[in-house]
Ligand binder design. Structure first.
Ligand SMILES: [Mn+2]
Length: 321
């Protein structure tokens, strides 16, 4: 985020009395960390600020200060002077939780995904940014807002989760410089990573089930989680975010996919790739999207059908490479 963009956003936020912060459905560490960084800072500045998402935040982020103030709503009725939409390429990704034109004075769209619909009054869309946490860090730096240890912890959480603990290809020298600065500002990497990457007995049992049904082909691997598997182990969906990394890390596997049967019956497919293989293209074929090396989609079909449909496309794609 550059100086001009930061100034524009800063002036809207400082002029607003009420601010709504929100991120995408099934929020992740970047959305929650970035939102809480802004919330903690705006609360300190005496703003009337709320952080509301359609879905609950995964439990592993509950150590972050003020995470207990995050609310969920299917429909928000209040109006706000400004709204910051984090990580949503379009407003359906936010879950259509309010009438955006009518209930928000200014919409500030901050995102790092490709194909953002530029729906805001101000749009800061940077697919090259490793995380929205990086964008929020730059915003605060440009505005010369002092980053407190609490805000530093939130931003570090956003960045560590979106870079796969500084392992993905979005991990640039700049990302490490920002992370170093966040440590100097008081973020505790040991504490943050123990909270974020803690597993449970239930999730480990589910992970075992996933490994049992995993299929590995020449250049791609996939597995799935059915409702029956969730029921058998008692694990929650939010505990499965890192499962796909095990498939991804297998040498020779360029594309990894994890299919999850959701409570509503649709199937969520998460794609990961390496070495310039573009899974955003694949996810797009099924109405989803994301980044080149990490993307996802939802398929409204029984899980077996969904798997067959996607696998067919993956084989076709790898053949044509
Ligand atoms: Mn992100």
């Amino acid at each position: 985020m550059n100086q001009a963009q930061s100034k524009e956003i800063g002036s809207v936020l400082l002029k607003s009395r009420s601010v709504l912060l929100t991120t995408h459905i099934n929020p992740d560490g970047d959305g929650i960390g970035s939102g809480l960084a802004l919330m903690n800072e705006l609360l300190r500045r005496g703003k009337n600020v709320e952080f509301i998402n359609r879905d609950t935040a995964p439990k592993m982020y509950s150590f972050l200060p003020n995470s207990d103030k995050i609310k969920t709503a299917k429909k928000i009725t209040k109006c706000y002077d400004a709204m910051v939409v984090l990580e949503c390429p379009d407003l359906s990704r936010n879950g259509n939780i309010l009438d955006y034109d009518r209930q928000c004075g200014k919409i500030l769209n901050i995102d790092h995904h490709m194909g953002n619909g530029m729906y805001g009054h101000i749009n800061v869309v940077e697919p090259k940014a490793a995380a929205v946490g990086v964008q929020i860090f730059q915003l605060m730096k440009e505005l010369k807002w002092k980053i407190s240890p609490v805000v530093a912890a939130c931003l570090y959480t956003a960045i560590v989760t979106d870079t796969g603990s500084f392992r993905y290809s979005n991990t640039t020298p700049q990302v490490h410089r920002i992370a170093a600065e966040l440590l100097e500002l008081g973020a505790n990497p040991d504490q943050i990573c123990s909270e974020v990457y803690a597993t449970s007995k239930k999730s480990t049992r589910l992970f075992t089930e996933m490994l049992k049904v995993m299929k590995l082909e020449d250049k791609f691997g996939y597995s799935y989680l059915t409702r029956a598997m969730f029921k058998k182990t008692g694990a929650e969906e939010s505990e499965t975010d890192n499962f796909i990394n095990t498939i991804r890390s297998i040498k020779g596997i360029e594309i990894s996919i994890l299919f999850k049967e959701t409570l509503s019956g649709t199937v969520k497919a998460s794609f990961r790739s390496k070495n310039g293989t573009d899974v955003n293209l694949l996810a797009k074929k099924f109405g989803g999207g994301g980044h080149m090396h990490a993307a996802g989609c939802a398929i409204d079909k029984p899980i077996k059908t969904a798997i067959a449909m996607v696998i067919k496309e993956v084989r076709k794609y790898l053949k044509g490479k």
